[in-house]
Design a protein around this ligand. Structure first.
Ligand SMILES: [Zn+2]
Length: 705
């Protein structure tokens, strides 16, 4: 389950990405994850009788096999704290109503007979049995209260969170050691392993011993991260002492730059992201575009549920499940669909009919997805590292804009390699230090291009730009009084102040040459000598304050130019406004048009051009061994039909889609796959052009060299 992090803490203070030495044999290059996985939840209350009574090993494995599933994650220990195999060490933790004493082992052996992989799920920080038996092992907040208690008296749950600095870890190690003795373990899915500030006695003692200040929130957060990194390293060593080859994954419901220091503790990445379960449709593309740069195999994980985990007897619309799985393929990931086994132990026929309908298609498509790597000529530096949120607004905005522009892009952290990309984007909130400024300068000197917006490029105190290449200087930032002069000493939320951008020339292509509102006022800047203003910012008559206001919303344009809004210097373009945050909030089309026009100035020959509605997604992957590129086209439209989340129900086919791909050499053949239909093409300069006559939902086009 997704959980918001603690409020944002000062940048870089907590997200130091340097890696401690981890002396663990890396087996991640020695296997490829199966494409068609199921994550079979089994959190089962002790108040339910006859657990596993209808389990039939043959029926279990046959149902999975017939649904084209080739890997299923089954349950060792659940969030209730119950164990589902014949434990001798911890009989008190064995599910009291388990009718098949060795359910887990029987599930795994039945799967193995059918050639289905079966990694084991083990809960880590949520375990009701343990938190009840050992309240002293539970994390505490600043007030000394348990972390994870649900606020309402009637809302049950097992969300009290165990501290990984407590003796609980000794139990966990013994439990894993016995697991490896008693059942065959293909891999481990270790769930709920995330750093949260903790004020329990163990942590307070640890902080004092290591010189952290318990009274400082930054210190507590930093200690929590460090302690969690230590836990992952220690547990990985323990697991490797039990088994040299099993896969290992630690789940926190999100994968971002925080994994960098302990990346070698993971054999692969599983990106939990249920669009209807709180993650939304923007989270997965954001996460996978980062994860795919880390050099390990990965899978996307959605659910078969209408909403989220534990939603029994509900079914996702088939078109939505298709989109979610095919999008994983298009972005270079394997597929996993979450389900929960009924306490009876029998798989639900309707669920496996649904999963089978999608996985039959995945099976046909996977030859064009095996060992596929995403191509990208644009890189985005992730704001997540600098603002410590899972999906910061600028991240959501930049992902949406680039996807709607069908640009090919990756997401990097500050340790990432910028050199393969033609354009680097620093969206809204990338305050930098000298080391990062030097790295970006080096990238620019070697021929890279840069787009930065708003506070990106400023130092940590947000006083001064550390990148002179942007060609701008920060000016006084006070709001304006009723006369249009700075009103010193006043402070209102920035989104009370609007100003207007007036596009002109190439940067304004596709827009009327008149004022367009920017709801969040831009940073006060001036263009330096030698920099060119691509579009001016026009001031309103005055900022909206309690003393001075006009009508319902922002005061209209005064017609007076206030400052530059978009500045170009050489291969750098700077936007004074937080265009990505703005796009995340209410998607003004003009923000996207201005940004994509700026990108076009710096990247005149993008990998892909396509004439299709902005609802169509398009990615290009390379399969090096086959010497081919594979273009993925997707057209599914999420719609907000209920107020909780977006759904997809229908597939609207697209026809006569004109595509042009910037190719490294003349293709020998272009084919619609898996159908195997030839696609006629022409080559003009470095671009192969062709038309896709029609596609329904998802289409792959193989470009053979
Ligand atoms: Zn603690």
């Amino acid at each position: 389950m997704i959980r918001r992090l603690a409020p944002a803490l000062p940048f870089l203070a907590i997200l130091a990405l340097s890696a401690p030495a981890i002396d663990v044999k890396d087996v991640s290059t020695e296997f490829e994850l199966p494409f068609r996985q199921v994550h079979l939840d089994f959190h089962t209350s002790e108040d339910i009788p006859d657990v596993g009574k209808d389990f039939d090993p043959d029926d279990f494995a046959t149902t999975l096999h017939e649904a084209h599933v080739n890997s299923v994650t089954v349950f060792g220990r659940c969030h209730h704290g119950w164990i589902y195999y014949d434990t001798k060490l911890f009989p008190e933790r064995k599910h009291p109503n388990l009718k098949r004493p060795n359910l887990l082992k029987e599930q795994i052996e039945a799967c193995h007979k059918r050639g289905i992989r079966a990694p084991v799920y083990v809960t880590v920080q949520w375990d009701r049995f343990t938190t009840t038996a050992h309240p002293e092992w539970v994390m505490r907040n600043e007030k000394g209260e348990f972390v994870g208690d649900t606020p309402g008296p009637i809302d049950g749950g097992f969300y009290r969170r165990l501290c990984l600095n407590s003796p609980y870890v000794d139990f966990l190690k013994k439990h894993l050691a016995e697991l490896f003795q008693l059942v065959p373990v293909d891999g481990l899915f270790l769930d709920i392993v995330d750093d949260q500030p903790c004020h329990c006695d163990f942590c307070k003692k640890g902080m004092a011993a290591e010189g952290f200040d318990v009274a400082k929130r930054e210190d507590v957060a930093r200690y929590a991260r460090q302690a969690l990194d230590r836990f992952r390293i220690e547990l990985t060593h323990h697991i490797r002492s039990l088994d040299e080859r099993c896969t290992i994954f630690y789940n926190a419901g999100h994968i971002g730059p925080k994994v960098r220091p302990t990346i070698d503790c993971y054999t692969h990445f599983e990106m939990e992201s249920l669009p209807s379960g709180g993650w939304g449709y923007t989270h997965f593309p954001l996460s996978v575009r980062y994860v795919r740069t880390l050099g390990k195999d990965s899978l996307g994980m959605t659910g078969k549920f209408h909403t989220s985990w534990g939603d029994f007897h509900s079914y996702k619309n088939p078109a939505a499940l298709q989109f979610e799985c095919f999008q994983m393929l298009a972005l270079g990931a394997k597929c996993s669909i979450g389900d929960q086994l009924h306490p009876s132990g029998r798989l639900d026929a309707a669920t496996y009919k649904l999963i089978g309908s999608v996985y039959a298609e995945v099976e046909k498509k996977e030859s064009w997805c095996r060992k596929a790597k995403g191509l990208a000529d644009v890189a985005v530096l992730s704001p997540e590292e600098f603002v410590n949120e899972r999906v910061p607004e600028p991240s959501a905005g930049v992902v949406r804009m680039l996807q709607e522009g069908r640009q090919q892009f990756d997401i990097l952290d500050s340790k990432g390699d910028f050199s393969p990309y033609k354009v680097l984007i620093l969206p809204d909130a990338i305050a930098i230090d000298e080391a990062l400024a030097t790295k970006i300068t080096d990238y620019l000197e070697k021929g890279g291009s840069l787009i930065a917006s708003y506070e990106s490029g400023l130092d940590a105190e947000k006083v001064r730009f550390l990148l002179p290449q942007l060609g701008v200087t920060k000016m006084d930032d006070s709001p304006l009084d009723g006369s249009g002069k700075p009103a010193r000493g006043r402070s209102y939320p920035r989104n009370n102040y609007a100003d207007y951008i007036k596009p002109q020339g190439r940067i304004g292509r596709g827009l009327e040459p008149t004022e367009h509102v920017m709801y969040i006022r831009g940073l006060r800047i001036a263009a330096n000598d030698g920099a060119q203003t691509l579009a001016p910012a026009i001031r309103s008559y005055f900022d909206r304050t309690p003393e001075h206001f006009s009508s319902h919303k922002q005061t209209p344009s005064s017609g007076e130019v206030e400052q530059p809004a978009i500045v170009r210097k050489g291969r750098c373009i700077y936007f004074a406004h937080p265009i990505f945050t703005q796009y995340c909030r209410n998607a003004p089309r003009w923000c996207r048009v201005l940004f994509l026009n700026a990108l076009d100035l710096l990247l005149p020959e993008p990998l892909l051009r396509i004439d299709a509605p902005t609802t169509a997604l398009a990615t290009i992957n390379v399969q090096a061994a086959e010497n081919r590129w594979v273009l993925h086209l997707l057209h599914y439209i999420p719609e907000r039909r209920g107020k909780d989340f977006d759904v997809i129900e229908d597939i609207i086919p697209l026809a006569d889609i004109k595509v042009s791909v910037h190719v490294p050499s003349r293709p020998s053949k272009i084919t619609a796959v898996p159908q195997g239909e030839d696609v006629p093409f022409t080559l003009k300069g470095d671009r192969a052009a062709f038309t896709v006559p029609k596609f329904v939902g998802h289409q792959m086009i193989a470009i053979q060299f």
